[in-house]
Design a protein around this ligand. Structure first.
Ligand code: BMA
Length: 330
């Protein structure tokens, strides 16, 4: 299987522990970024995005500060484990208009497309919608128009143009703790005007399972010869509230709104104390992954309990096989 990703021989990695047969396993030193990483400032650092940058890594981090307001901060790392996060939030420049400025920021994603790094995040505009900006150095961030009408969350760009257009998954929602939600696909000629919307993936309502309430795209989709591999979160409504897990699906390379495979079981669900205990209990929320194109090693960055940032490992080939071996037939 061919994986379109750079070679990252120095990316974070741990072999599957002896005796473990799970498709995905956790970093044994989780959380990799703790809630108090920015002393006297951060309340929590989670649902954050990292990418390869120069001879190391860069990232955009969701930092809720101690007024518990949601901000996004840039950061750099040599090894993608030890992060130097700017204590000051990103201040966007060039916002096209008063009506398209940064209001708040959460759940960022980052992707490199044709040499520019694009950031999408949940921005405020009469409720949540998808903010978009670009940077070349993770110091100056140029803001573009919000991609969609409110309410929307989980805007996740594809890593290349598809049929000549930028492409994005998103999840239309409401203004609250949305109790519904499917993943849609949209395209744009210019990163400003988005249209040609297609329904891509729905919830699985049967027996109130892990992805029965709502779902949302997670890390940037990974291009493989078998299709686009998407890791996405799914939410179940339990008698104790929402439970956020994550799983995997494959989409057609040319028509990425067409799902060609989806695993019925989740990859990771909140089992560990640091996923079950925190500001919002029972949340595993993936926003980024690093993939080594040569070996297929993947490190998924996910927010744990809306408090800290964690890592889990697998191989892209193994996740694709897991989808094939455990198909959701609903
Ligand atoms: C979602 C977002 C995420 C968060 C999750 C669980 O609506 O706000 O940032 O991780 O809820 O609280």
């Amino acid at each position: 299987m061919k994986i379109t990703a750079p070679n990252l021989p120095n990316m974070p990695w741990q072999d599957r522990p002896a005796g473990n047969s799970e498709v995905m396993w956790r970093y044994d030193a989780n959380p990799v970024i703790k809630r108090d990483h920015l002393p006297n400032y951060s309340n929590s650092i989670f649902n954050s995005a990292v990418v390869p940058y120069k001879d190391g890594y860069a990232g955009v981090f969701r930092v809720d500060n101690r007024t518990v307001r949601m901000r996004i901060h840039a950061g750099f790392s040599k090894d993608a484990l030890n992060w130097d996060i700017d204590p000051n939030p990103i201040e966007f420049v060039d916002s096209p208009d008063e009506d398209a400025k940064f209001v708040y920021g959460y759940d960022p994603r980052v992707v490199e497309i044709d040499g520019k790094f694009y950031v999408t995040w949940c921005n405020g505009y009469h409720g949540p919608t998808i903010g978009v900006a670009w940077t070349e150095d993770f110091k100056t961030f140029h803001q573009l128009e919000n991609a969609f009408l409110p309410f929307n969350r989980n805007g996740v760009l594809f890593p290349r143009k598809i049929n000549g257009k930028f492409a994005m998954f998103s999840r239309p929602s409401d203004n609250g703790h949305t109790p519904f939600g499917d993943i849609f696909y949209s395209e744009s000629p210019d990163m400003v005007h988005w249209g040609v919307h297609r329904h891509a993936l729905g919830t699985v309502k049967i027996e109130k399972g892990w992805q029965s309430t709502k779902i949302g795209a997670g890390p940037i989709p990974i291009e493989t010869s078998e299709g686009w591999l998407l890791i996405y979160h799914g939410v179940q409504t339990s008698c104790n509230g929402y439970v956020y897990s994550f799983g995997a699906a494959l989409f057609d390379l040319e028509k990425p709104w067409k799902c060609i495979g989806r695993a019925a079981p989740y990859l990771i669900a909140p089992w560990k104390d640091y996923e079950m205990i925190g500001d919002v209990p029972n949340v595993c929320f993936p926003c980024a992954s690093l993939v080594d194109g040569e070996t297929g090693r993947i490190a998924v960055y996910y927010g744990a309990a809306d408090t800290a940032t964690c890592l889990a490992f697998s191989r892209v080939q193994d996740i694709v096989q897991f989808i094939k071996d455990n198909p959701e037939t609903y």
